[in-house]
Design a protein around this ligand. Structure first.
Ligand code: HEM
Length: 448
């Protein structure tokens, strides 16, 4: 069902959208899966949770839809990296980067992933049973460690202490900017030197310093003929004319992978641990599968296909809490979605958070049921589930992320069960990713 809000309804809706986007978009699409909202200055926001229409925007007619202006504040940090680039050069960059995430290459990162998880578990063991850890922070540090080891062969754990708060500052500024009323009205509002932006600039300088350090250190120890990791591959990459990436491009791609590759997976794991503590049956089945498949040894890439329940738990967790909760595009030319006109320049939002809870496609949409993702489960529309997006801009690191999440969750499960501290109510914060706003404190229970 489709609906167009009147100007007056839209005015009532906008403050809620700014204050709590999840509540706002969920309530708006409770009875319809396509809504057009008139915004100030003739702008339009079109919101849909219908997989067929998502397909039209992200796949079928994707030439007509560029990334929306909400991605613009990210360009301050990510420059022309793969995620934010909208130029002609995007396709060339994607051709260079994509092979670095081919299955064979990803599988080679598995030992680094499992080692990183093992170190974190040793640290937890030293804290002792009954200790409380914030799994939001812990997963963030762990996935940063994985990105550092696997993609840059670097130990970022020292830097993680400072990188965490720096990323936090950048993301806080992002939320402030995109929720500010002027963001819709002033094209380069995201560059205005507001206090939050000024703080973010300092943090961005720090993050760039870390990335520059990685590149400088690597240039001092060239790879020879064996590429060790993504950084070697980026430095060795040549375009169709045989030219290497320039310094700025290498920097932008590294920063992109650092941000896109750690924050998302960290949130997926943190929400998964929370859901498992709320669903003891699912956790019991996870423990049984991990013990059965691994019999106490370290997990490897070859186990991925056998850890079916582990994968299903993660997929279901990303259905309910998709780390990339929002995907937005801007129409280049006028279009029409199921009879609703989409004028040129409209923002079309296809939020995985809503699509994944669309009751026409998901029975008991709010319920946690990993069986939906087991082999043999009923077929669904291919865009009813899109944690990694769709069309040509879909995630380049999806395979890496799933391998990492499964291996990390299996390694954690071998060593610990975690229970949410009673009384704590984790809240979701809609930043670039869907993150826990107030942490997820959990009590460690060592196994056996
Ligand atoms: C659970 C983890 C992850 C989730 C949920 C996720 C989700 C997404 C989504 C939805 C997009 C598309 C955004 C859009 O269409 O506007 C995307 C793009 C991207 N992701 Fe991921 N991602 C994850 C992990 C990773 C990892 C591990 C890496 C790299 C190591 C990565 C690198 C990228 C890049 C470079 C893009 C831009 C691709 C392009 O536009 O060509 N992501 N991701």
């Amino acid at each position: 069902m489709a609906r167009e809000l009147s100007g007056r309804e839209a005015l009532r809706f906008l403050p809620t959208l700014r204050a709590d986007p999840l509540v706002a978009i969920s309530s708006l699409t409770r009875d319809q899966d396509l809504v057009r909202i008139p915004l100030p200055r003739g702008n339009q926001l079109v919101l849909t949770s219908r997989p067929e229409l998502v397909g039209q925007v992200l796949v079928g007619y994707q030439d007509n839809y560029r990334k929306a202006r909400t991605y613009r504040p990210l360009t301050e940090l990510l420059g022309n990296g793969l995620l934010t680039n909208e130029d002609e050069s995007w396709a060339r960059q994607r051709r260079l980067v994509q092979p670095m995430f081919a299955r064979r290459r990803i599988d080679a990162f598995a030992p680094a992933m499992v080692d990183a998880a093992g170190s974190a578990m040793d640290r937890w063991a030293a804290l002792g049973g009954g200790s409380v850890v914030d799994v939001a922070d812990e997963m963030s540090a762990l996935t940063l460690d994985v990105v550092g080891r696997a993609l840059f062969s670097a130990d970022l754990s020292g830097e993680a202490g400072e990188m965490g708060p720096a990323l936090e500052t950048v993301l806080t500024a992002f939320v402030k900017v995109v929720r500010h009323p002027l963001f819709l009205l002033v094209p380069d509002y995201h560059r205005w030197p507001t206090p939050a932006r000024l703080r973010a600039r300092g943090a961005e300088r720090h993050l760039r310093g870390v990335v520059d350090g990685l590149i400088t250190r690597r240039r001092a120890t060239p790879a020879g003929k064996d590429e060790r990791d993504l950084l070697d591959a980026l430095l060795a990459a040549r375009d169709d004319d045989g030219n290497p990436l320039d310094e700025q491009q290498v920097r932008d791609e590294l920063m992109t992978v650092l941000l896109a590759g750690h924050e998302t997976t960290a949130n997926a794991l943190a929400w998964t641990l929370l859901l498992l503590s709320r669903h003891p049956d699912a956790r019991q089945r996870l423990v049984a599968e991990v013990d059965d498949v691994l019999s106490g040894r370290a997990a490897t890439a070859a186990d991925l296909g056998k850890l079916e329940w582990t994968s299903a738990v993660l997929s279901e967790s990303m259905r309910l809490y998709p780390p990339a909760w929002m995907i937005e595009r801007e129409a280049r030319q006028a279009d029409e979605l199921d009879g609703i006109s989409v004028p040129a320049g409209s923002v079309v939002a296809t939020p995985p958070y809503l699509v994944h809870r669309n009751p026409d496609h998901w029975p008991n949409p709010e319920g946690f049921d990993p069986r939906r993702f087991l082999p043999g489960a009923p077929e669904r529309h291919r865009l009813a589930y899109l944690p990694f997006g769709g069309g040509r801009r879909q995630c380049v690191g999806g395979g890496f992320a799933m391998l990492e999440a499964v291996l990390l969750l299996a390694t954690i499960t071998q060593r610990f069960e975690l229970d949410l501290v009673p009384g704590h109510q984790p809240q979701a914060l809609t930043a670039v990713t869907l993150r826990p706003a107030n942490g997820i404190p959990m009590t460690l229970r060592p196994r056996g």
